[in-house]
Design a protein around this ligand. Sequence first.
Ligand code: NAD
Length: 357
Amino acid sequence: MKYNLVILPGDGIGPEVMQEGIKVLKRIEEIFSHKFELQYEKAGGAAIDSYGVPLPDQTLNSCKQADAVLKGPMGGPKWDQLENKLRPEAGILGLRKELGLFANLRPIKLYEPLKDASTLKPEVINGIDLLIVRELVSGIYFGEPRGIFGEGENKYGVNTEIYRTGEVSQVVRLSCELARARRKKLTSIDKFNVLESSRLWHDVAAEVSKNFQDVQFEHQIVDNAAMQLIRNPKQYDVLVTTNMFGDILSDEASMLTGSLGMLPSASLGGEVALYEPAGGAAPDIAGQNKANPLAMILSISMMLKYSFHLDRESLLIEQAVDKVLRQGFKTADLTNSKERSVSCIEMGDLITKEIVG
Ligand code: NAD
């Protein structure tokens, strides 16, 4: 089979981790009789530098015609002074919105050899395997009005959280289906006791869940969920929440796995899905061959599974990650000061070598 992929390498560590991801993809191509056609395009900071906008039409059109999009993280201090609509983040949000990617799946899985890399006690995190589903194209990151208005002491900033019934029901329905295929438990997270947008979320989620009697459904308030994720993460199977709460809780949950560099993601909902590491462009380590490429590599594994139903190929990548970690190889984000670490490129090579048909 032939698959057309758009590659958006991104900024900071983006191009470095993407290069290792592509190496792994080429290995899959070599072993199986697939063909991955790669079309490189620019978005985020790289596009601002070349074209003055974070999401050029050419990039968007290519993404809309692709079978899937692979994206590296975008952004960095170089573009921090630009007004919000011209920043790299505007390109990311625009792309998600244009592609209709309403659900961002972030699996939080502990690879056993990394149990000591987490700051939490092994007995708290051993065996965790949960899935955070973040609503991705609405909520406070998109609501109008927004902006900074007024002058002097009266100058004020405004953002607006709006959730419509249809937006909540589509992401909760998908989460129920995902829970049904896993351990059949769904936790919906909101702040219904204070926010009206959350009150609506709360009620719609409860209503949708009634259609999935085999899925155990519960609500949690976001502040409690932030605490429970650290106290007892094994209580969860699938969590579904709003755009901003999901952004924050998934970064928190990444530390259960040892590092943000371990957290892949899949954004689904439209005709073309997008796969990217959940972490950012890590400007503090960019260009140093230190980044952990596993989130990017595992995002490719998710692409093979969710977009192309290549379950065996997807599993081979996950198994290679497990094997390499078991052999004791770790990038710097996963080691303590006494342990030796491998570089981003070495990690990519090790994973590629472990993938055998
Ligand atoms: P960040 O996620 O880039 O970095 C936070 C910390 O995690 C840093 O110490 C970094 O070194 C580490 N880290 C992240 N990914 C890593 C990896 N793969 N390997 C090793 N260490 C890793 O967060 P930030 O510093 O707040 O943001 C930097 C830039 O990234 C900002 O411009 C932000 O807007 C952008 N960002 C982009 C995305 C995206 O493209 N989806 C997501 C989040 C942040």
